[in-house]
Design a protein around this ligand. Structure first.
Ligand SMILES: [Fe+2]
Ligand SMILES: [Fe+2]
Length: 195
């Protein structure tokens, strides 16, 4: 089967569109987080946005390799999430749901289809991307949980808190609100995540 005549061809185009949108949604989140002073959290989300950019690049590259043909336009019809507003905490929760959906439902189906149609390399691409999206899900779940319970910068037991700007470290249940060494605000304190 030629890629251009397959379902996988359309799935790649849908995946590219989905990754581009995810990247922009995370840019929105990063923008909001920076405005609120969550410097380290913004950097984490920025890193996820970069992952999505790379996924978009991989899907795009597979499409461009399709039977050595010039692609002008691809008509796709698909559903994409548009639920996020400007609530940082709620957006972390929604991002976790969307990442889980992408990994467990959408890309799982695309992986299966690619295998059925004989595109092993594309099936493997979906399998590997799913692994990353699942890590994103766990990261967003963890960050939402910490923000929801107010434990981003406050833990039940003593631990080390490190300033991402100057490297200063301090032990305690609560992170310093202003770094005593460089004067950075609490948002610069490095966050601890499970994933
Ligand atoms: Fe992705
Ligand atoms: Fe993701």
């Amino acid at each position: 089967m030629k890629l251009k005549e397959s379902k996988t061809y359309l799935n790649l185009a849908k995946s590219f569109a989905g990754e581009c949108q995810a990247m922009v949604r995370y840019r929105f989140m990063e923008y909001g987080l920076r405005k609120e002073g969550y410097k380290c959290l913004a950097e984490m989300v920025d890193n996820v946005a970069y992952n999505e950019f790379q996924h978009a690049r991989m899907f795009y590259t597979k499409l461009q390799g399709a039977d050595n043909m010039q692609i002008d336009n691809i008509d796709i019809s698909s559903g994409y999430p548009f639920r996020q507003k400007w609530d940082l905490k709620e957006n972390l929760r929604l991002a976790a749901i969307d990442e889980g959906d992408e990994s467990d439902r959408i890309y799982a189906e695309y992986e299966r289809t690619a295998r059925e149609e004989g595109f092993e390399d594309i099936a493997e691409l979906y399998k590997n991307v799913r692994q990353v999206e699942n890590c994103h899900r766990m990261l967003f779940e963890d960050l939402f949980e910490q923000m929801n319970t107010g434990t981003l910068y406050s833990k039940p037991t003593k631990q080390k808190w490190k300033c991402s700007a100057c490297g200063y470290e301090e032990e305690g249940k609560n992170a310093f609100s202003v770094c005593p060494l460089c004067g950075e605000m609490q948002g610069a304190v490095m966050l601890k995540v499970e994933s």
